[in-house]
Design a protein around this ligand. Sequence first.
Ligand code: ADP
Length: 195
Amino acid sequence: MFNLILFGPPGSGKGTQSEKLIEKYGLIHLSTGNLLREEIANKTALGLEAKSFMDKGQLVPDEVVIGMVGSFFDKHKDAKGFLFDGFPRTNAQAEALDKLLTFKNTSIAVVLALQVSEEELVKRLLGRGLTSGRSDDTNETVIRARIVEYNVKTAAVADYYKQFDKVEDIAGEGSVDDILASLCQSIDARMSKVA
Ligand code: ADP
């Protein structure tokens, strides 16, 4: 298996690039944000609990997200690899992911960390809010809260993977195609090492 984490703050382009990367490399896309929004749309108990955090721009509790990822794995036993988007967002999630992957006799090959300035993030998220129908993208206070959550809880996840030499920083401003090319260059280099 080849598993990668697309890492970066809200609005850094993870969703956009994920769609292209899963197609090119035949990976299964695991976006915890998408899974949580599906739970909300289906009005499940998990969705109801998650919504109260998401509406405030806060992270959903680790045990909720980790349980959801475990069920997702059970549904995709034949995957040749996963692209993790928006997960892990805390060190506890990263440790849980390592354990889940160890059970599958695999691990994370690379963490690609998109670098985008805060002002650009806010601009992109407000722009997305005009058309995405996502309530967490229309309110600047909620957007700023998500960026604070990222800085306080999620940024440290990169340090967790740095100790294993798995992180590559990728410039996340510029054209979608140029950023995709940089991501692919890093992936191809890592794949040749894993293979
Ligand atoms: P973005 O990256 O634009 O913030 P996501 O769709 O990844 O968007 O996530 C939307 C919201 O869902 C987050 O603000 C957070 O409340 C919740 N969420 C998504 N993934 C996680 C996670 N791994 N851990 C905790 N909360 C999460």
